[in-house]
Design a protein around this ligand. Sequence first.
Ligand code: WTA
Length: 663
Amino acid sequence: MSEATKLYMEEAKRASYGHKLRQMQELALRDPENFWSDIARNLYWFKTWERVLEWNPPFARWFAGGLINASFNCLDVHVKTGNRNKVAIFWEGEPGDRRVLTYLDLWREVCKFSNVLKDLGVKKGDRVAIYMPMVPELPVAMLACARIGAIHSVVFSGFSSEALAVRIRDSGAKILITADGAYRRGRIVQLKKTADEALAKIPSIQNVVVLRRTGSDVEMKEGRDFWWDDLMRENSLNSQAVPLESEHPLYILYTSGTTGRPKGVVHDTGGYLVWLYVTMKWVFDIKPEDIYWCTADIGWVTGHSYVVYGPLLHGATSVMYEGAPDYPAPDRWWEIIERYSVSIFYTTPTAIRMHMRFGEDWARRHDLSSLRLLGTVGEPINPEAWRWYQKVIGGGRCPIVDTWWQTETGGIMISPAPGIELVPLKPGSATLPLPGVHAEVVDESGKPAKPYEKGYLVILGPWPGMLTTLWGDPESYKSIYWSKFGQNNLNFYFDPPAVYYTGDYAMKDDDGYIWLLGRADEVLKVAGHRIGTTEVESALVMHEAVAEAAVTGKPDPVRGETIVAFVTLKPGFNPSDSLRTELIRWVGKTVGPIASPSELYFVSKLPKTRSGKIMRRLLRAVVSNMPLGDMTTLEDETSIKEAMEAVDLLRKAMGMGELESQL
Ligand code: WTA
């Protein structure tokens, strides 16, 4: 028995709760072969795997030798087994239009659309870019790709043309699926127009399929662009799901890191599906009679995993909503929960804080008694929001699962698991790692941190939902995620050992509960969305007036963080309010509205180290009114004084100092 096994057994004996959880944890880590085989057998495999795991750190092949298909597991198995008339999706558009799709309906659409893709020449391994609003055709497009082994790359529909172009170019997609437009807060967002701007810069796209959603006037390029409904009209239902190697990429999803360019996170098919299947069970305790609603946009990983693949694998009934949470009134969500008798509700802390601001009366107007389980994801939840969520939305009777995970982890990693055993909850803690997740908090040198000591969250060894590489860049995959820490005094279950770096700060308490303490790198979490400071900086320096830019985050009571930018101008350009507004808009146009800075300051120089690295840490302290800390590596102290004065001046002029003290 290894040291690590002994430790778990001892802990399990001592604890007054969590016995079952700890036992499963021990089993998962000690005997992964049997543990994961038992779970994987719940899915349909065209051919059973030969080995649960082939591990050449940091490259893993989960269920090596197995053949599987995601679309088959999400649809065909239910259509064949009597769930064909069960509702898969209750969909509601922002303007109020509604659609109900059964598993049979969804299966038919997917079969037909997979034939559309084939007709357009899409083959196994080809990449298909998807840039669509939250309509049922978005999961249809994804599942159709999965059906024939094409790799989808969904780009969030709130991204602008430049961000879309960068992602399509990197993936080398040859088809783009989009819509004429999307509804957002009562307005129409012109998706096709944005896509056209992007396409001007990408020669790899051969065809564009356009869904009619808003009826907007769009330009269709002869021979390249086709309407979705025209292509679907003639198509047959005859489409066999292709048996794919377990490690065949299901999708690429771009996410922000510390470099200016987004990283293409690749997920395989078999390991990813097993992880989603089991986390839906453990965390959401999903049952056939549940009405499940995850409010995430499918453009982000939460939508991929817990709007599309997770619930469909279970044959669950989901709600999908297209628009803004407060449109036309702040009770839109609560009305939807009442209408469909939602029992499991999964959303973000930012959304909860926004609803807190609107006041509890909006929720009180509706009967929310169908709810039995609540969840949050994407950012730390402050205890005040946690309690409000539990009391006002959950009526005091629903547990809250605070789920920690990342685009890279594929699915939930640290969270209460009522599907196994509900441990006592502590508002603000994601509680314990799920079985099979060996999470640790380590100090700078990679040694385990003491209880209550802030350190870096790491995961030891592989897990089934893990990313398998970065698209076209295995070297960065290795260096970004698997090279920061060595094997200092850590207990490993997997041999050879490897340490995955999450980029998050965390601490453990006396009970081994994990508390997430925010990002340890230059990644911001704005309203739960992941945005790299360097991406915003690259956008700013693309503007003709900007010489240099430094971007940091500032704590925000609703959105978690907001973006603050400092810029120096090129000779011939002068600071002005109109230039400030123009630069803020520029970022919105270049990256997307979610990346727009909420504050922007002009300075003559940026704080840098002697070797020329921008000290964003100091700027973060300045904008948050925090102590500056160690300044010994700063080359020129006047730079930070200037930044402080700039912040002071503008905030006074706008009365923001006063505003902040009220929050
Ligand atoms: C943060 C979202 C605290 C964290 C699924 C992580 C959280 C990043 C939580 C990943 C949580 C996610 N508590 N922080 N429950 N969940 N995070 O890739 O910083 O968009 O590294 O995936 O979100 O963001 P991503």
